[in-house]
Write a protein that binds this ligand. Structure first.
Ligand code: FES
Ligand SMILES: [Fe+2]
Length: 374
């Protein structure tokens, strides 16, 4: 839908070699973020966590997406469902945090609901005229499972996630055959003084890797590093040169991973597979204001307590790679405010090699399309 409350002027072109980047105001104008909230975050599949968080019937957790609070809960029939976390009576929040409940009971006037969202009981309501139990059920939110991760979508008409990224789950499973056994080992959250797209622009190119990440280019071979764009995901691959926290070669272990692989999934999730010990590093990128981003970094391994190699990867992400990127994107964020900058160009080469920025162009194209500006 065309946004009428913000003039989305830009010099983006379908041809990356003629195109300019998103204009700088896209990265700080509150009206742009408001449009993105409505047209992107409330209409796309947003990852809310691993399904191990709701292993048993009655297990639940809550998440916030801008001002919308959602509860994810496993039913007695084992089906995982999501609902707006609001009581149909007078609007009190139903649950908070996470836990297990046999029945959802509102803390205000004690209306109760089954785990599948059906109205269960409320004092006196059944003696009332025209009390419609259907109207008193919880309002569902679409939820889908992908590689053991749960995604919600506030748009009831949204296309299924698996149709948007066909084959990706199978590919991840091929690269990490122990995918079904992974568990959350560690989680870190960061607040970055940058727009969420600025954070992802940085993630979606490795042009800066040789310049800004000296250790990364020792771990991953830049010679045949490639970035490939698909409708709603982007794949980055590079041969593993060495392992962090281990002297073995990347393929010297059962189920070890030889390649560095990264999957970015529209709009705000990235899954990294590092060379060596099998595991996933999952990055959630969430706007917390036009110029503030919250980034959650999750490490999934075979065991709850990371191994020496797992810790080496966690330390590298936390103490080296992420600080390097945060300094870059926070500087860019200040630069985007400069009167001396309006938009830039995408550097691409014929081979679409490691220095090519065509994936950033693809991401920007999706943003503009979602906002009705393309
Ligand atoms: S608001 Fe929930 S029972 Fe009244
Ligand atoms: Fe980076």
């Amino acid at each position: 839908m065309k946004q009428d409350f913000v003039q989305l002027q830009h010099r983006y072109h379908e041809d990356v070699e003629r195109s300019y980047t998103l204009p700088s105001y896209f990265y700080f104008d509150p009206a742009v973020l408001e449009a993105e909230r409505k047209e992107i975050f409330e209409k796309s599949w947003i990852c809310v966590g691993h399904e191990e968080k709701v292993r048993e019937p009655g297990d639940y957790f809550t998440v916030s997406l801008f001002d919308q609070n959602i509860v994810i809960i496993r039913g007695k029939d084992q089906v995982v469902r999501a609902f707006y976390n609001v009581c149909p009576h007078r609007g009190h929040e139903l649950v908070s945090g996470e836990g297990n409940k046999p029945l959802i009971v509102c803390p205000y006037h004690a209306w109760s609901f089954q785990l599948d969202g059906r109205f269960h009981n409320g004092r006196a309501v059944r003696q009332m005229k025209q009390f419609d139990e259907q109207e008193a059920c919880l309002r569902p939110v679409q939820v889908e499972r992908f590689a053991h991760f749960l995604f919600v979508n506030l748009d009831p008409a949204a296309k299924p996630l698996q149709e948007m990224i066909p084959g990706v789950e199978e590919e991840i499973r091929q690269r990490v055959p122990v995918l079904d056994k992974l568990t959350l080992s560690h989680r870190i959250s960061y607040e970055i003084k940058a727009n969420w797209k600025n954070v992802l622009d940085n993630y979606l190119e490795c042009h800066h890797c040789a310049v800004a990440h000296p250790q990364f280019v020792e771990i991953v071979d830049m010679a045949k590093y490639r970035l490939k764009t698909f409708d709603y995901h982007i794949l980055q691959t590079g041969a593993g040169k060495k392992r962090l926290g281990s002297n073995r070669t990347p393929d010297d272990q059962e189920n070890a991973v030889a390649m560095y692989t990264s999957y970015w999934l529209w709009p705000n999730l990235a899954i990294d597979i590092m060379p060596g010990e099998p595991g996933l590093i999952v990055m959630h990128v969430l706007p917390d204001g036009p110029e503030t981003t919250v980034q959650h970094l999750e490490f999934y391994y075979l065991q709850k307590e990371p191994t020496q190699e797992g810790w080496a990867n966690i330390e590298y992400q936390d103490k080296v790679l992420n600080p390097e990127d945060f300094a870059l994107v926070e500087s860019v964020q200040r630069g985007l405010r400069s009167k001396g900058y309006a938009d830039g160009r995408y550097v691409v080469d014929q081979d679409r090699s490691s220095i090519s920025e065509h994936a950033v162009h693809h991401f920007h194209g999706l943003v503009l399309k979602a906002l009705g500006a393309r």
